[in-house]
Ligand binder design. Structure first.
Ligand code: PLP
Length: 377
């Protein structure tokens, strides 16, 4: 049977080069010195992707592990954490901080817009006594990219540790970890990197390491304890057996992406054409600004439900798109244009299917979505 085209905002399509790497024969990653070199080289490739000289680690666990590991390793009970919140992931970061005993203060910004930088600047003038701030680069459920390039330097003026969830932006949006002063940047593999889910990538600044290694109260837990990783290369010691096949796959995916010099332009160009075609046809996007280059979130028009769109897309056109969760459940549909899925032909097929499905439910569209898309490229 023909496989459906998976156009959700992650997991994304995995290229043959990556699948072949995943099936390579393995060695003993704890004992083979070559694996330590390979792991280090993979970290160096990630440094290139992140634009950072900070130390990079690959953790065995989907990206949520990165969020939790950052909180577990940095937060001591009673620490004040600023949670910058303009969406579901931003808000949820505060819950992780609370789990580790933080006293969380939320800076809330309109959920349909990128974080309001001027209001945040005003807020920080009054209140800046925070050890850590958490923020999200791309709010995947709403399809909004936040100006972390402006926000992080603002936080660093007050010596606040910046922890950024860039899971759905890495590889699809510009990223300057060192220039933007991001202390901990974290990402996953199943979004724009187009490798299978299962790993967290993160970079840690010297400032963040100093805080992690000089706590008064020891870190509770083992898997989330980043200090276990200090000196892994010098001592040729991993805290646990590495998921070697997944790391082979990740390296192949990174090499594939970085070989292409214009991957950021590709994401921008495709995303813009997707949005323009939807808006021209008369559909409404959920975000009012801060449009993401990796995912587009569309308000469901009156007269059709999420379930009808999802089911008909999949059954009649073999294309899978996503809805959302939390307060956006049944209100929006989302098309991912991430990594291997961010190509003209895949969006053409997706928009053609969406066009047919919406017409089937008598939704009026001005022009045909897929033809508009091509005209806007
Ligand atoms: C995908 C994603 C994660 C990882 O979450 P899952 O629900 O496990 O996929 C974390 N943060 C953001 C912003 C994401 O888009």
């Amino acid at each position: 049977m023909q496989q459906p085209l998976i156009m959700t905002p992650g997991p994304t399509y995995i290229h043959e080069e990556v699948r072949n790497a995943l099936s390579q024969s393995i060695t003993n990653p704890d004992l083979d010195p070559k694996f330590y070199t390979f792991y280090k080289e993979t970290c160096e490739t990630i440094q290139e992707l992140f634009n950072t000289k900070n130390e990079v680690l690959i953790l065995s666990g989907e990206a949520i592990l990165g969020l939790e590991a950052a909180c577990a390793s940095l937060i001591e009970p009673g620490d004040k954490v600023l949670c910058i919140d303009n969406g579901i992931f931003g808000n949820g970061f505060g819950d992780f901080a609370k789990m580790y005993g933080a006293e969380v203060v939320y800076f809330q910004s309109d959920y349909r817009s990128a974080v309001d930088v001027e209001k945040l600047e005003e807020f920080l003038k009054d209140q800046h006594d925070f050890k850590i701030a958490t923020l999200v680069h791309c709010e995947t459920p709403s399809g909004i990219t936040n100006p972390i390039n402006l926000i992080c330097p603002m936080l660093k003026k007050y010596n606040i540790i910046t922890v950024v969830d860039s899971v759905s932006a890495i590889g699809g949006e510009p990223l300057e970890t060192d220039k933007w002063q991001i202390d901990i940047l974290l990402g996953g593999t199943q979004k724009c990197l187009s490798a299978p889910p299962g790993l967290t990538l993160l970079s840690i600044s010297q400032y963040a390491w100093d805080k992690i290694l000089n706590r008064k109260i020891p870190i509770a837990g083992f898997y989330c304890n980043l200090s276990q990783w200090k000196n892994w290369y010098e001592e040729k010691w991993f805290p646990y057996t590495q998921p070697i096949s997944d790391i082979y796959g990740l390296k192949a995916a990174l090499d594939r992406l970085l070989r292409e010099e214009s991957y950021l332009e590709r994401h921008k160009k495709i995303a813009e054409a997707v949005r323009k075609s939807l808006v021209y046809a008369g559909l409404a996007l959920y975000p009012l600004d801060g449009f993401s280059n990796t995912v587009t979130t569309i308000n469901i028009p009156k007269g059709v439900t999420y379930q009808q769109i999802f089911d008909t897309m999949l059954k009649e056109h073999k294309v899978m798109i996503a809805g959302a969760f939390g307060f956006l459940k049944n209100k929006v549909i989302r098309i991912g244009h991430m990594g291997e899925n961010c190509y003209e032909e895949k969006l053409y097929i997706t928009l053609k299917a969406l066009d047919k499905v919406l017409r089937k439910f008598d939704i009026h569209l001005k022009g045909e979505l897929h033809k508009l898309f091509v005209s806007f490229l």
